[in-house]
Design a protein around this ligand. Structure first.
Ligand code: ADP
Length: 540
C-alpha cells in the first residue's frame, strides 16, 4: 500500500511566503549603527528578499554556490537567510568575532563565491581579503555611508531587481540552505551544512510549547548572533509565525540592550549566559544608582544556552520577573537538542527544585535520539550520577563535516555524533552537563566537574564570575584551579570560598587547589569561557 499524501519537499521558502502574505503588516525592527530604529513590514521583507534572490541570480549565482555573510543582526541579514537559498545559493555565515587570520581560511574552506558585508565591517573584510578572493562583494549600507565604487551596493541591487517576476529555484528537501563553521573552541573550525528539511524540522521542534513556546503575540529580541548556529534557528521560527522581531544591530552592551528593551519591549529574548550576566549586573546596579532608568519587560522569558547557565543567574532574573529557559546544543545539532522545562512530574515541586532543574541542560527534544556512553562503552544508567559522553543522532544532527572524512573521534561506527560533552541523566530524562571532555578534571582517579564548581562559586555574593580549569599535580595527576572575578567593591578569602563550597555539598578533595582573582574571564568568539586561554595563563 502507498500513502496518499503529497510528496511536497519541506522548504524554508514556504516560511517566507507565509510571513509575507498572511502576516504582511507585522514588523521587523532593526537598530542602526547610529542607534535609530528602522522598521520594515513582513510584506516589505518578502519583496526585498525576493529581490535579493533575483539580484544574486543576475550576478551569476548558480545552484549550490556559497554566499558568505559578514553581518550584525538586522533585517538585511534576515533577508539573506531566505533570499540566498531562494535563488538556490547556500548562506555561509562568517563569525565577525574571529580574527581575520581565522575568517579567511573558513571562507576558503567553503569556497565562498559571493560576500554580503555590512559597510561598518568593511575594515574587517579588508584584513582577510587576501586570504580568500570573493568573486563578488556586496556591501549593505548599514550606516548609510556611500558604498565604495568598486563594490556592489546591496540597496541598489535590490532596487534594480524584479521581486514580482522572481521564481524560487526548484529544490529537493535535502538541498543545502545554509552553512556554519563550528567556532573551533576546541580545535579546527569545521563546516556544518543545513538543508531545507533539517531547518524546517528544527523550526517546528523549536516552536513547541515547552521549548521556545512562541505565540503570535510574541516580540522576539535575538541577541544571539545571526552568524552563530543560525541564531539558534529562531529567525526561521519568527518568520514562520510572523512574529515581531527586534534586532539589536551592533549594539550589544548591557546598557544598549536595556535601552532597546525600553523602546521595543520584547516578550522573548535570546543570548548566551555572558550577555545576561552583563545585563543583570547593569540592571541591578542601576536600581540603586539610577532608580527608574530601566524596567525589565514584565513576564519576559529568555532563551539561554551555548554554555552552562548558573543557577544564581536564573534566580537573579526570576527575582525581577524574567524566566531563563536553558537549552543545550551545538552548531552540529542545528542547535536545539535538549531544553529544560518543568514537565508534568515537577508541577508541584518547590522553588529550589525548579531552579535546580532549570540549571540543567534538560530533556531531549523530539526527533533527536540521545545517549550517554560511558568510558566502558555501555549506556550510563539514568541515575543522575554516572558520567557519559553525550551522543546524538536525528534529522537535524550533522552526519559529517563539509569536505572532511567521517572519523571515529567525531562519529561512532553505528552512526551517532560524538559531542565531546560529558553529562549525567536522571530518571526524568534531565541531562546535566558536567564538562567538555577536554575540560574534565581527573583528581586521584575521580572526576571533578568544573561546571558544578563554577556554578557554586558564582552563587557566592562576592563572585561575579568563576571559571575552573585543571592544573597538573604530581600526586593527584590534576587538581582544580578556580579563576574568580570579584563583584564591584567586594572580595572573599580562599578559606571563605572553600567554606561556601563545603556548605554546598562539595567534598574536601573536590575543592579548588587555588583561587586566582582575575579582571575578566577570557571569552571565545561566541562568548564562552575560553579555557584553553586560561590553561595557557595558569599552566601550573
Ligand atoms: P563550539 O563547539 O565551536 O564551541 P558551539 O556553539 O557549537 O561551538 O558550541 C557547542 C558547545 O557549547 C556544546 O558542545 C557545549 O559544550 C556547550 N554548550 C551549549 N549549550 C550548553 C549548555 N546549556 N550548558 C553547558 N554547555 C553548553
Amino acid at each position: 500500500m502507498k500513502s496518499t499524501m503529497m510528496d511536497q519537499p519541506l522548504s524554508i521558502n514556504h516560511l517566507l511566503e507565509r510571513a509575507g502574505t498572511i502576516f504582511a503588516s507585522n514588523e521587523v525592527v532593526s537598530r542602526l549603527p547610529d542607534k535609530s530604529l528602522r522598521r520594515h513590514s513582513y510584506g516589505e521583507i518578502r519583496r526585498r528578499t525576493r529581490a535579493l534572490g533575483d539580484a544574486l541570480r543576475t550576478l551569476g549565482l548558480r545552484k549550490g554556490d556559497r554566499v558568505a555573510t559578514l553581518c550584525w543582526n538586522h533585517h538585511a541579514h534576515l533577508e539573506c537567510y531566505f533570499g540566498i537559498p531562494a535563488a538556490g545559493g547556500v548562506m555561509h555565515t562568517l563569525n565577525l568575532r574571529l580574527s581575520p587570520a581565522e575568517i579567511g581560511p573558513i571562507a576558503a574552506d567553503a569556497e565562498d563565491r559571493f560576500l554580503i558585508v555590512d559597510d561598518i565591517l568593511l575594515p574587517l573584510y579588508r584584513q582577510f581579503a587576501d586570504l580568500h578572493r570573493f568573486e563578488c562583494v556586496i556591501v549593505f549600507p548599514f550606516s548609510g555611508a556611500p558604498v565604495p565604487a568598486d563594490l556592489e551596493d546591496y540597496e541598489q541591487l535590490l532596487a534594480a531587481a524584479d521581486p514580482d517576476g522572481f521564481e524560487y529555484e526548484p529544490h529537493g528537501e535535502n538541498d543545502p540552505v545554509s552553512m556554519c563553521h563550528t567556532s573551533g573552541t576546541t580545535g579546527q573550525a569545521k563546516g556544518v551544512v543545513y538543508s531545507h528539511r533539517s531547518t524546517v524540522l528544527h523550526t517546528l521542534v523549536g516552536c513547541l510549547g515547552d521549548h521556545w513556546g512562541f505565540k503570535s503575540t510574541d516580540v522576539v529580541l535575538p541577541v544571539t548572533p545571526m552568524f552563530h548556529a543560525n541564531c539558534w534557528g529562531v529567525p526561521y521560527a519568527a518568520v514562520m509565525l510572523g512574529l515581531k522581531l527586534v534586532f539589536p544591530g551592533p549594539h550589544l552592551h548591557p546598557e544598549d540592550l536595556l535601552d532597546l528593551m525600553q523602546l521595543e519591549p520584547p516578550s522573548v529574548a535570546l543570548g548566551v549566559p555572558t550577555i545576561w550576566m552583563g545585563v543583570i549586573q547593569a540592571y541591578e546596579r542601576a536600581l540603586t544608582e539610577q532608580p527608574g532608568r530601566w524596567r525589565l519587560p514584565a513576564g519576559m522569558r529568555s532563551l539561554v544556552g551555548g554554555s552552562a547557565v548558573p543557577e544564581s543567574l536564573i534566580r537573579a532574573f526570576d527575582r525581577h520577573g524574567v524566566w531563563l529557559l536553558q537549552a543545550w546544543g551545538m552548531t552540529e545539532t542545528s542547535p536545539l537538542a535538549t531544553v529544560s522545562y518543568p514537565r508534568a512530574e515537577l508541577q508541584g515541586a518547590d522553588a529550589d527544585e525548579r531552579y535546580r532543574r532549570a540549571a540543567m541542560a534538560g530533556v531531549t527534544v523530539p526527533l533527536v535520539d540521545l545517549r550517554l556512553r560511558t568510558d566502558e562503552g555501555g549506556d550510563a544508567p539514568r541515575d543522575g550520577q554516572t558520567l557519559g559522553e553525550i551522543q546524538v543522532r536525528g534529522p537535524f544532527i550533522t552526519g559529517s563535516y563539509h569536505g572532511l572524512p567521517v572519523t571515529e573521534d567525531k562519529f561512532t561506527d553505528d552512526g551517532w555524533l560524538r559531542t565531546g560533552d560529558v553529562a549525567t541523566m536522571d530518571e526524568l530524562g534531565f541531562v546535566r552537563i558536567t564538562d567538555r571532555t577536554k575540560d574534565l578534571i581527573k583528581s586521584g582517579g575521580e572526576w571533578i566537574s568544573s561546571v558544578d564548581l563554577e556554578n557554586a562559586l558564582m552563587a557566592h555574593p562576592a563572585v561575579a564570575e568563576a571559571a575552573v580549569i585543571a592544573i597538573p599535580d604530581a600526586k593527584w595527576s590534576e587538581r582544580p584551579l578556580a579563576c574568580v572575578v570579584w563583584r564591584a567593591g567586594v572580595q572573599a578569602t580562599p578559606a571563605e570560598l572553600s567554606t561556601h563550597l563545603l556548605a554546598r555539598g562539595f567534598a574536601k578533595w573536590q575543592l579548588p587547589e587555588r583561587y586566582e582573582p582575575i579582571d575578566a574571564i577570557p571569552r571565545t568568539s561566541t562568548g564562552k569561557f575560553w579555557k584553553l586561554r586560561l590553561r595557557e595563563l595558569f599552566p601550573a
